[in-house]
Write a protein that binds this ligand. Structure first.
Ligand code: BES
Ligand code: MN
Ligand code: ZN
Length: 511
């Protein structure tokens, strides 16, 4: 998908297959709609009055409007003027792109981002527009025998009309949004791919492919032997139950000197100021979670192919930050394996030794995410990070607590937590902070090891975070539980690409 800007005062003369203009509830036209209406001799106003209620995200397609060059004018509902928000704007952009997709159009022009909205800078609106259009045009067809060519979106290009003075702001926002959208696309496709294709090896190969595409990214993919040499006894205990080979993936995006763009050059000075150590992103990469010996029920078990969405979000975020030539160092760590029952699998009661030296009693083999993450978190220490953020589809309890609306955020570092919450709000990819009090640590006591891997039925999302906290003493740390937000079940089953917008926005805000 390609995004660009165009400046013009004469909207009605733009030649395009579809021109989007916003309409508020109660017949209130946006400035762009007013312009088109004037050219069309008040024909637009008449239609709105008769049959368009402008509910947020609704569309009405008008063809061959007199006096207007665009083949279609798409009226996009913006709801009540006084209730307008970034979320309404995103819904409008998404609805417009979806309408273009269903009409099989290849290009379109939108005025929606440049509408006069108080309190929302154009750069943010342009970013939102690009993310929304990218989401609307996502299409999965990797595993169909005969991909449906007609179902594949043909929409390749959306031009945003802006005032001449706004062009740079809009272009920067579109550039950021497009990078985020492409990162999300990668994350979604990796999530949607079945477990027999998207294996740990496949994730490693995807990381290598990213490094070929973006020269700034350096990748190392460690195999079972190398993981053994590191002493990752906890991670390996999970991997051992499966015939599929595990992978530990290390991605690096260097601070300065990478790329030749303006961002990289500008960074030289700033990096010296903030040379504090990289941000490390750690992803849970369970390419299929059967539960192991503590096996899961059969219903919806297929959805456990999504248990690598944390890893996929690290790869998607790397794609975005490399494209944007982010001016500081970011490290990505992915612990990837399957969780399967077998003669070699972990058994309830087994005690394993983590890379940190702490021993763990495995009371439930289905609490495997924390077992692979704890060793990745210990590995992260070597980078002397300024912040470590792990991303994991960690607990069903988090889905119970927050549903599919908010990602669960855990951190003892208020500044880091606030920055992540703000990035979530800004990118419409929100998180909600949950507690991490020491009092919950009690639940992880074991009679046979330093720590148990489950904390009982109460506060399951919190005790999972508490478990991870035991391995994160060396740096500021936050944990994102994306079990409810990384994918949707039911008839719209599919990966969402979250939290790539939150993570990329957080990194952009740091830069
Ligand atoms: N991958 C699951 C978490 C999960 C479950 C995410 C359902 C989304 C939907 C994780 O490995 C898991 O099985 N967690 C257990 C932990 C329990 C055994 C303490 C859970 O949440 O049931
Ligand atoms: Mn599990
Ligand atoms: Zn899992």
């Amino acid at each position: 998908m390609e995004f660009s800007t165009q400046t013009t005062a004469s909207l009605h003369q733009i030649k395009t297959s579809a021109l989007a203009v916003g309409v508020y509830a109660d017949g209130l036209l946006s400035p762009a709609a007013e312009l088109v209406d004037r050219a069309a001799n008040a024909a637009l106003r008449a239609v709105v009055k008769a049959e368009f209620r402008a509910r947020p995200g609704s569309v009405l397609v008008l063809r061959n409007l007199p006096g207007v060059s665009a083949q279609r004018v798409v009226l996009v509902g913006l709801g009540k003027r006084e209730e307008y928000s970034a979320r309404v704007h995103a819904a409008a952009e998404q609805a417009f792109a979806a309408a273009c997709v269903s009409a099989q159009l290849t290009e379109a022009v939108s005025t929606l981002a440049a509408l006069d909205i108080p309190d929302t800078p154009l750069r943010a609106r342009a970013r939102t527009a690009a993310i929304a259009a990218g989401s609307a045009t996502y299409h999965y067809d990797a595993t169909f025998g005969k991909p449906d060519r007609d179902a594949r979106p043909k929409l390749r290009k959306i031009v945003q009309v802006v005032e001449r003075a706004d062009t740079a702001q809009a272009q920067q926002g579109l550039r950021e949004g497009a990078a985020i959208a492409r990162g999300m696309e990668l994350t979604r496709t990796l999530g949607n791919l079945p477990g027999n294709i998207c294996t740990p090896t496949y994730l490693g190969d995807t990381a290598k492919k990213l490094a070929r595409e973006f020269k700034s990214i350096k990748v190392e993919v460690l195999d079972r032997k190398q993981i053994e040499a590191l002493g990752m006894g906890s991670f390996l205990s999970v991997a051992r139950g499966s015939d599929e080979a595990p992978r530990f993936i290390v991605l690096r995006h260097p601070g300065t000197g990478a790329g030749t763009g303006a961002a990289a050059k500008k960074a030289k000075g700033e990096a010296a100021k903030t040379a504090a150590g990289p941000v490390v992103l750690v992803g849970k990469g369970i390419t299929f979670d059967s539960g192991g010996i503590s096996i899961k029920p059969a219903a919806t078990m297929d959805e456990m192919k999504y248990d690598m969405c944390g890893a996929a979000s690290v790869l998607g975020t790397f794609r975005a930050l490399a494209e944007l030539e982010l001016p500081f160092e970011v490290v990505g760590l992915i612990a990837a394996c399957e969780n399967m029952p077998s003669g070699k699998a972990n058994k309830p009661g087994d005690v394993v030794t983590s890379m940190s030296g702490q021993t763990i009693e495995i009371l439930n083999t289905d609490a495997e995410g924390r077992l692979v993450l704890c060793d990745a978190l210990t590995y992260a220490e070597r980078f002397k990070p300024s912040a470590v953020i792990d991303i994991a589809t960690l607990t069903g309890a988090c889905v119970v607590a927050l549903g599919g609306v908010n990602t669960g955020l855990f951190s003892k570092d208020d500044a880091l937590a606030d920055a992540l919450l703000a990035a979530g709000r800004q990118s419409l990819d929100t998180a909600w902070r949950l507690p991490l009090d020491d009092a919950y640590q009690e639940q992880l006591k074991s009679n046979f090891a330093d720590i148990a891997n489950i904390g009982g039925p109460q506060a399951g999302a919190v005790t999972a975070a508490c478990f991870l906290s035991r391995f994160t003493k060396a740096y500021p740390w936050a944990h994102l539980d994306i079990a409810g937000t990384a994918w949707k079940g039911g008839k719209d089953k599919g990966a969402t690409g979250r939290p790539v917008p939150l993570l990329t926005q957080y990194l952009l805000d740091r830069a």
